[in-house]
Design a protein around this ligand. Structure first.
Ligand SMILES: [Zn+2]
Length: 378
């Protein structure tokens, strides 16, 4: 029996046509489609449900010997909502026009998932004889990596020597990304009639003070050579019931992007100190930064296979978004992690999201080369 080939472009279209907007998620149909396809080619598959119609998949080919750790690929199948603007193409249509595959999740990141699946199926006989492979397909990534967290909690990952995250990079090789610490700050006051403000205590004034303190806040962290500085942004503010009352409650949300090595509990302490006791601060999303030194052997090996498949030597860069690696990489013992996938990073979350069709086959080729070079160490 020769190597099986499946068409990653057609698979991307199938995946895009399944509605996995998150919220509410509902990844189960998508996960079952991928699981059935892989099981049909001989993979061991395990579906984990982490909510109503919410699901993850772990699919494996075991390594030839027990002392070898399989290479691991990961991607998510949930997408962000369509947004409020009108689309020129059906966001669930997966229409291909002039070399671009249009649809929500085409770039972020159903094309990446399809490329992983096609590469692993094409190399299945080789993988059986060598390192084996673990394919981790998650739900719930877009709202803070809930799917990946559920897999870690149930210890479903096993071990690996290299994690490849197929998030959209236009097939560039990235060495990590900042961490994300999202928080809510809230202030309480005392309500009164708007005509008698001296009888109340205005929570909006308090939250406005908090916003200005946050504007002036500076991280005293050393610049990261590739990622630069940690950042802070106040994203939303809310409070007050009506125009003629003194508000007794107001809140804002804060998005901090951290560098590798920054401890999120320390950041939380620093911000709580800055805001003072009148402001309550609570974390909403807490995802670690990811960074692998590009000179490490696994990164070099991936770089060589990347060059062999694409013909261009990449500068080392990092992503502007977070990925499931924030959860998976530490759970796997801070394993070497590379981010490389066919989607257009500039198209993620946008109206008329598309993926360049040619990049999907190219990603598949990069992954096949990576599988081969990963096994050279054995
Ligand atoms: Zn994504």
């Amino acid at each position: 029996m020769g190597a099986m080939q499946i068409d990653p472009v057609a698979l991307t279209q199938q995946l895009v046509r399944l509605d996995t907007r998150n919220p509410p998620g509902h990844e189960l149909d998508c996960i079952v489609l991928v699981a059935d396809l892989l099981a049909g080619h001989g993979f061991d598959t395990a579906i984990q449900e982490f909510g109503p119609k919410r699901a993850n998949l772990v699919a494996r080919i075991k390594p030839r010997s027990g002392s070898v750790k399989p290479i691991m690929f990961t991607g998510h199948v949930d997408t962000v909502p369509f947004g409020h603007a009108d689309w020129s193409y059906d966001p669930l249509g997966a229409e291909i026009v002039e070399g671009r595959l249009y649809g929500r999740g085409s770039s972020d990141m159903k094309a990446g998932v399809a490329a992983i699946v096609a590469a692993a199926i094409a190399e299945i006989e080789f993988l059986r004889e060598t390192s084996g492979v673990t394919i981790v397909i998650t739900g719930g990534e877009e709202t803070g990596c809930e799917g990946a967290s559920a897999l870690v909690a149930d210890r479903m990952l096993g071990e690996t020597g290299l994690l490849v995250v197929a998030e959209p990079t236009a097939n560039e090789m990235l060495a990590g990304h900042k961490g994300a610490l999202w928080m809510k700050a809230c202030c309480h006051g005392r309500a009164a009639h708007g005509a008698m403000p001296h009888l109340g205590d205005n929570a909006i004034y308090r939250i406005a003070d908090a916003a200005l303190k946050l504007k002036a806040f500076e991280f005293n962290e050393t610049r990261h050579p590739v990622m630069g500085q940690a950042t802070l942004n106040v994203g939303t503010v809310g409070g007050g019931a009506n125009i003629n009352s003194v508000p007794d409650y107001a809140e804002l949300t804060i998005d901090v992007r951290t560098l590798p090595g920054m401890r999120h509990d320390k950041v939380l302490d620093q911000l709580a100190f800055t805001l003072g006791v009148d402001c309550e601060l609570a974390p909403l999303v807490d995802l670690a930064a990811v960074w692998t030194d590009p000179v490490r052997p696994e990164m070099r090996r991936f770089q060589h296979s990347h060059f062999a498949a694409t013909g261009f030597a990449a500068d080392i860069k990092t992503a502007n978004y977070f990925t499931d690696a924030s959860i998976l990489t530490p759970a796997l013992g801070n394993i070497d992690t590379v981010i490389c996938g066919p989607g257009e990073p500039s198209m993620a979350h946008k109206t008329d999201e598309y993926c360049e069709v040619a990049r999907i086959a190219e990603a598949c080729q990069i992954y096949r080369m990576a599988i081969k070079s990963y096994s050279e160490q054995l």
